[in-house]
Design a protein around this ligand. Sequence first.
Ligand code: NAP
Length: 327
Amino acid sequence: MLGGKIRIGIVGSGGMAGNHAKNFAHDDVGELVAIASRNTGTGLDLAQKCNARFVPNWQEMVQQEDLDGIVVCTANDSHGEIVIASLEHDKHVFTEYPLARSLEEGKIAAAIAISKQKVLRVSHSEPVLETHQAIRQEIEHLGQLLVASFLRLTPGRGGRPEVLFNLRVSGPPAHFFIYHIYPVVDLFGQAKWVEANAIYNDLTDSEGYDQFVNTVTVGFKDGGIGHWTWAGGIEIQSAEQHHRYVLDGGTLVNSGEGWQVSTRSGIESITPISVQHSSVVDLWLSEVLDNNLAAAQIDTAKALDAIHISLLAEKAMQKNRRVPILF
Ligand SMILES: NC(=O)c1ccc[n+]([C@@H]2O[C@H](COP(=O)([O-])OP(=O)(O)OC[C@H]3O[C@@H](n4cnc5c(N)ncnc54)[C@H](OP(=O)(O)O)[C@@H]3O)[C@@H](O)[C@H]2O)c1
């Protein structure tokens, strides 16, 4: 750290890299120093805009000694490898979700962060989301989980990155929609088994597709069922999603108009509770600055629990049977 600022290198030069670069421009704690991109056009352009140096590949950048932290903004299939290499070179790491495309890489990343005493955070923002923290408080008084269910329908029209609907690069929807699984794991803990089904329409040899349905069901270690349904590329005017957390003492519901809790005494809206950090990057930077590893280690373990579900769901879809989750 130079002059108290955490010196950052970003890997990638697409949408998320641009967002992070813009935010670092106004950050008092982090300073963007370098952009590594295999795409010279977008990489040079972004580096120039942010007054950062351009590095033609991430393998070179993670070795550079004037960097304290690496922010990984590449497609899903490269996160694990870049996270591991960055940690091995003694960098703190912030990675866009999912933590990794394989469980093996995810486990190695989590273990190296601990052995190297580095702060590794995945971009799951629930630790800094006021409503999520309020839900956590609420469910503490509602007893045992019966079922947590989630449904999302996404229209086919409109632009979407091609890499998203691609099994090899992004994983199945259960994996690239990991940000619907993580919050449930954060609230209800690890799963002990997973069942899953999938339909991919117009699947090509390069594993791209146009329409999909993924369903995933888990049994939580602490009791209760979790269930997710995603359908994408479908004929619906606009995206919709529905959450239901049914506990034996009450039910939390959100169908797009905000969270409500329903108990014997009636229905109430969930009131957000205030949190300290404005974003998960902000939280990561403060942890790096204070060398505060504990909360990030717990959170990385949850991100790993979440990809246990999405990646073993992929296995369950392939094998067409229930798969136990062994930790
Ligand atoms: N936190 C959030 O709210 C949020 C929102 C959207 C996405 N995400 C996550 O953020 C990540 C990036 O998404 P995005 O929308 O920014 O994607 P994007 O616009 O497609 O950008 C991806 C960037 O990574 C580069 N890249 C891809 N694979 C690479 C590899 N194997 N090695 C080196 N560079 C590689 C691409 O280079 P090329 O130009 O050469 O392909 C491009 O510069 C994804 O993992 C996604 O899940 C998070």
